[in-house]
Design a protein around this ligand. Structure first.
Ligand SMILES: Cc1ncc(COP(=O)(O)O)c(C=O)c1O
Length: 353
């Protein structure tokens, strides 16, 4: 049968999501989920949700949710769009700003979905290689390297490396880059600072966030972006009409408004993260300083794949990314203290005995 697909789709290697295995008693540290439950306010909203209303379409604009997001971020409803996970925000953004003559610039290594979304659009990808020897720092001439890209996505803090980049340098990039600058801030709630205010300061800046990590709502699918009203208006044209169901809008809003719970859980996870990092360093690992809820860690022998398999054989699942640079590391999601203890015990047995 001839292929009826667009050539871009025939040529595409689809994105490979982290495994979601159904193994009992597995310690699952592979997709940067939050090990804790969502906010009690979100759980209450879920229990009180009136399922009879499901015969009606949801609010296509998610206005109540967007108002809450706008208020907390000191912007207006016109500055906010919500999506079915931040992947949905990324999909809309790529449809809007990438094409065969509108390249994407992104960091390398970074979130592996970006090149897949660019390929769907037939858009070239300009990769800005991070300096592995300097804990994956961004080069000083990133704007020059991004060249004629129409959009430059900066993952800050970055995944899978976990590090962040100087905020003033980010401001300079926003000022100097001629296209759209998008900050993917999926992990910003675990960091010391963020770039949200650049979305108000610059017309060409988009900042995206997710509920999947810090809000412990990966299963709900909710994310949002803040940008100038003109950008948001454009993205609205590309959005599925009803991209957020009623349940997600209600539960997401309740979770978002429980700022105290968010702050408490993020602080807890940061403490577990920093202790885990210190103890892995003590066993001889190289661990990139992290501003996220995961650690990018290379075992003492630099064989990330063997370490990944060893942990998996012992029912601890982390994420491994093949490649000349990433292959010596694994990415470990920060779980509960008990999960961290088990990972440390196994790591100690293998490398420190
Ligand atoms: C950097 C980055 N951006 C975006 C996402 C997507 O998050 P979600 O679609 O669950 O909101 C992820 C998920 O792992 C991520 O690591």
């Amino acid at each position: 049968m001839p292929s009826y697909f667009r050539p871009e789709i025939d040529a595409l290697d689809g994105y490979t999501p982290g495994e979601q295995p159904k193994i009992n008693n597995l310690i699952k540290l592979n997709t940067n989920e939050n090990p804790y439950p969502p906010s009690p306010a979100a759980l209450r909203a879920a229990h009180e949700f009136d399922a009879e209303l499901l015969h009606r379409y949801p609010d296509p604009n998610a206005d109540m949710l967007r108002d809450a997001i706008a208020q907390v971020n000191s912007v207006r409803r016109e500055n906010v769009i919500a999506g079915n996970g931040s992947d949905d925000i990324l999909t809309m953004t790529f449809r809007a700003f990438t094409a065969p003559d509108k390249p994407l610039a992104c960091l390398d290594p970074s979130y592996s979905l970006y090149p897949v979304l660019a390929a769907m659009q037939g858009a070239p990808v300009i990769r800005i290689t991070l300096d592995a020897a300097a804990d994956f720092a961004m080069p000083d001439d990133a704007v020059k390297r991004a060249g004629n890209a129409n959009i430059f996505i900066i993952t800050r803090p970055n995944a899978p490396t976990g590090n962040t980049f100087d905020r003033e340098y980010m401001r300079t990039i926003c000022r100097e880059f001629k296209g759209i600058v998008m900050f993917d801030e999926a992990y910003a709630d675990f960091a010391d600072d963020n770039c949200m205010e650049f979305a108000s300061e610059f017309d060409n800046v988009i900042v995206s966030r997710t509920f999947s990590k810090s809000y412990a709502l990966a299963g709900l699918r909710l994310g949002y972006a803040v940008a100038s009203p003109k950008i948001i208006e454009g993205l609205f044209k590309l959005k599925d009409s009803y991209n957020l169901d009623r349940f997600t809008q209600a539960v997401g809003r309740a979770a978002f408004l429980d700022r105290a719970y968010l702050a408490r859980r993020c602080a807890e996870l940061r403490t577990i993260r920093d202790e885990l990092r210190g103890r892995l360093l003590a066993i001889g690992f190289r661990v990139i300083p992290s501003s996220t809820n995961f650690l990018f860690a290379a075992p003492p022998d630099g064989d990330g794949e063997a370490y990944f398999r060893y942990l998996r054989d012992n029912a601890v699942l982390v994420r491994y990314f093949k490649g000349p640079v990433t292959g010596s590391f694994v990415r470990i999601t920060v779980g509960t203290p008990a999960e961290a203890e088990r990972l440390l015990e196994l790591s100690h047995d293998r490398y420190a005995k």
